[in-house]
Design a protein around this ligand. Structure first.
Ligand code: SF4
Ligand code: SF4
Length: 121
């Protein structure tokens, strides 16, 4: 499958925003997948598992992340953090993505996953 990455500046700006809001360093993630194996919501996600969310942020795919229900299904149990050998707090990243998706919704009506409008972040 061909994937078109955003321009480099957009990509790095997005990564910096997520790092800043979450307080995490996304580049520590090396895609071992342990966060996904311990996630109780993984079987119910659309096509993005927790480790794939991290990868999409690394690739700067802001638009895809704003539209996925995966970031709104998270229960905040933090099993992913416990399992991560690199100390990445994926939940903090998910919260950052929710904040950015809400900001985007405020800017452009309809850009957020519709059922997520009442979820607290
Ligand atoms: S905090 Fe969210 S992403 Fe992490 S294991 Fe729990 S439900 Fe899954
Ligand atoms: S457990 Fe940590 S290092 Fe492994 S894929 Fe998940 S976030 Fe990345």
């Amino acid at each position: 499958m061909r994937v078109d990455l955003p321009p480099v500046k957009e990509r790095t700006d997005f990564i910096h925003k997520v790092n800043e809001i979450s307080g995490q360093n996304l580049l520590l993630c090396y895609q071992c997948g342990k966060c996904s194996s311990g996630c109780p919501m993984a079987p119910y996600q659309d096509y993005f598992l927790p480790n794939q969310i991290t990868r999409l942020v690394q690739l700067g795919m802001e638009e895809e992340l704003a539209h996925t229900k995966a970031i709104w299904m998270c229960t905040s149990c933090r099993n992913c953090k416990v399992h991560c050998p690199r100390g990445v707090d994926l939940y903090a990243i998910i919260v950052a993505l929710r904040v950015l998706a809400r900001r985007e919704r405020d800017r452009k009506e309809g850009s957020i996953y519709p059922e997520a409008t009442n979820i607290r972040i």
